[in-house]
Each structure stands twice: as structure tokens, then as C-alpha cells.
Design a protein around this ligand. Structure first.
Ligand code: ADP
Ligand code: MG
Length: 352
């Protein structure tokens, strides 16, 4: 039988992970995966076997999510954790302009983890995979002695000529961002401060929507010269584009699109502005495009019903990164220390 065909819904009676065991758990996961004819062999063999669009190039991305480094079990429900684990990887495929095809999931699970929690995790994970037509084809499962470890690999494809890399920006290009920024960072800040974020702000933190459709459209219409997804914050992620493209930029922070909730919050608590803008985890797209594409970008924004807002322009490298603050004052940072410059103001795991 095709290993990827979903069998009759069958309940395995087991209350604990210990009773179910590694293979019982894998079987449960297998039963929940939606069938996909492009997956010739899915969960159950030594390797997954998948077809690939002829003439396209392979995109592969991987992210690790570790308990107490990336998430706290007391702050995020398991459905959202599953969703977000898929979202952060799918967002990387979006940022290249690609189509997401196949997913592999590595899990290190503490023995005492409740089965219901794992079910909720897989439900969130597979719901987003289903929404984006990607298929979980395999993975690895083992016991963890400390904390839940999640490792997701997503593979996608794209015609090589349509690739949107970080290196493609040129002076004169306009810098755009999709959607609104800062919602996720505000939610996190409020959680850290023991405040309760508004429900829709919290959702942007817990269940980000990867911009796959937008990324694909920008790539297939050859609109974006460079692109990145906003995971570390706009300053850090724009910094990555500048470094890879060998350019400088002017970023007018007054133009950064903010939701009504974030605007209102920053009106009351203006001292949080920088933290909210630098916070990251928006999973929106930042891209650059030649000025003459302005009209087509506005058209695409209307077609997809996704705000695409110009927030600055690319400059020659010697101009550094000029950022205009909310008072209209320009701050210039030159990228001298390479290791720091690649992540200015953003999150860095090995920095104090
Ligand atoms: P191997 O010994 O070859 O590593 P495993 O016994 O670890 O195989 O896994 C059995 C099958 O289950 C493989 O097809 C593997 O890809 C799949 N698998 C294991 N863990 C997961 C998981 N967390 N999610 C999806 N598939 C998984
Ligand atoms: Mg294995």
C-alpha cells in the first residue's frame, strides 16, 4: 500500500507516551498526514521519496526551536507551538519566492510529555502544512532529557531565474515591507511584563502566517530584486540584505506600517517604540524593488489584499544605514564590525 495513503481513522488507546512508544507516536503522526500523490513514499521507510518539478532548483531550510530558548511552555499553547514551528520555516521559503513542497520534523520529547499536548502540537503543525499544501514526509523522534526540541526542515522549489536572494539589492531600489510590523513584539513584551495582549495581537505572535503567496507572486512577476523574511526585526534583517548586497540604505521608521493596536499602544507608552520596532517575529516580507516597479507593486498589493509599504531606499555602501527616527532625526550607523553589523539591534544567540 502507498505508505502515504491515510488509513481508516483508527484510535490507538494509550494515555501516555511511555505506553504508546516511539513507533506508536510515529504511526499516529502518519495517520494524520494528508495524502499527496507527489509523495511516492512518506513516513515509514528509511528515506522519503518525492517527485520534484522538472527544471526547478531545490530550496532547503531548517530551524531549531528549543524549550526555554525559543519558547516557554507556560506562554504558548501546544497547537500554536506546532503552527509556529512550521510557520518560521515556511516563511524562509516565502522569502526566496519559492513554493513549499515537503516537510521533515525532528522531535526530542521529554518522557513525561502528555499525549494530548503532542496531539495538539501535531494538529497545529499539520493544519498549517495543509493550509499551505505542503506534506510532512518524515522525520526523527527521540527522548529528550531536558525540554522539548523541535527541528523542522522544509524543502521547496523555484525556477532558478526567479530566485529572490538577499544579495540582489542595488542603490536606487525602494525598500518595501508587507503587512504591519510590531504586533508580535508587542505581544511578547506584554507577556514578559505580565500584561495580557489583545487577542489579535497575541495571534500574530503565536500563529504567524507565512507570506508564501506574496513571495511567489513577487518572484514570478520579477518584481523583487532582494528579499528576506522579518524574523529578527527590521533593522537586523535589512542589515542582512545590505551586507549581502554590499549597499547602504535609508530607513524612515516613521513609514513603518503599524496596526491600529500598536499605534494606540505606542501613543500611550512611547518609550516602548524602539523595542516594539526591533522585536522581530513578524514573519512579514521585506523586499527591494527598482523604483519603476512602484505601479506594479501597488497593483499586486491590491490584488492580494496585502499592504506593501515603502519604508526607505537602498543607497551606496559608503552611506551606511541611515535611520530616521520618529522625530525626523537621522542616525547613521556604519557597518564596521562585520559580525555585529550582520545583526544590528537584532537577536543574537551567543551575545550577552
Ligand atoms: P530510521 O531508523 O531510519 O531513522 P525511524 O524509525 O527513526 O527511522 O523512523 C521511522 C519512520 O518514521 C521514518 O520514515 C521517519 O522519517 C518517520 N518519522 C520519525 N519521526 C518522525 C516525525 N517526528 N515526524 C514525521 N515522521 C517521522
Ligand atoms: Mg530515526
Amino acid at each position: 500500500m502507498d505508505k502515504n495513503t491515510r488509513p481508516e481513522k483508527k484510535e490507538i488507546a494509550a494515555a501516555t507516551l511511555a505506553a504508546l512508544g516511539e513507533f506508536g507516536l510515529i504511526e499516529r503522526i502518519r495517520q494524520r498526514v494528508r495524502a499527496n500523490p507527489a509523495v511516492l513514499t512518506g513516513i515509514g521507510d528509511d528515506c522519503s521519496v518525492c517527485t520534484f518539478p522538472p527544471g526547478e532548483v531545490l530550496l532547503t531550510t531548517k530551524d531549531l526551536l528549543l524549550e526555554d530558548i525559543h519558547f516557554r511552555r507556560t506562554w504558548i499553547d501546544m497547537y500554536s507551538l506546532g503552527w509556529k514551528s512550521a510557520a518560521v520555516n515556511l516563511s524562509d521559503i516565502a522569502a526566496m519566492g519559492g513554493t513549499a513542497l515537503y516537510v521533515h520534523l525532528g522531535l526530542g520529547i521529554p518522557a513525561e510529555t502528555a499525549l494530548d499536548d503532542l496531539e495538539a502540537f501535531m494538529h497545529g503543525f499539520l493544519s498549517l502544512c495543509d493550509q499551505e499544501n505542503t506534506t510532512l514526509c518524515g522525520g526523527d523522534t527521540c527522548r529528550s532529557v531536558q525540554g522539548l526540541c523541535i527541528s523542522v526542515t522544509v524543502q521547496g522549489s523555484i525556477p532558478q531565474a526567479e530566485l529572490c536572494q538577499r544579495s540582489g539589492a542595488t542603490p536606487g531600489d525602494i525598500i518595501y515591507v508587507s503587512g504591519t510590523l510590531g504586533d508580535s513584539a508587542l505581544a511578547l513584551l506584554q507577556l514578559l511584563e505580565g500584561e495580557k495582549p489583545e487577542a489579535h495581537i497575541a495571534l500574530r505572535h503565536y500563529r504567524p502566517q507565512p507570506r508564501l503567496q506574496l513571495g511567489r507572486a513577487l518572484a514570478s512577476q520579477r518584481l523583487a530584486s532582494a528579499m528576506i523574511d522579518l524574523s529578527d526585526g527590521i533593522f537586523a534583517d535589512l542589515g542582512h540584505i545590505l551586507e549581502r548586497s554590499g549597499c547602504g540604505a535609508e530607513l524612515d521608521t516613521r513609514l513603518i506600517p503599524l496596526s491600529a493596536s500598536v499605534q494606540q499602544h505606542l501613543h500611550q507608552q512611547p518609550q516602548r517604540r524602539t523595542q516594539v520596532l526591533k522585536g522581530g517575529e513578524d514573519y512579514e516580507l521585506l523586499f527591494t524593488a527598482p523604483a519603476e516597479q512602484q505601479q506594479r507593486i501597488a497593483q499586486l498589493s491590491a490584488e492580494l489584499n496585502v499592504p506593501l509599504t515603502a519604508v526607505g531606499k537602498i543607497l551606496p555602501a559608503q552611506e551606511g544605514l541611515r535611520s530616521i527616527d520618529h522625530c525626523g532625526i537621522t542616525h547613521t550607523s556604519m557597518r564596521e564590525n562585520k559580525s555585529d553589523a550582520s545583526n544590528p539591534g537584532g537577536f543574537n544567540h551567543f551575545r550577552a
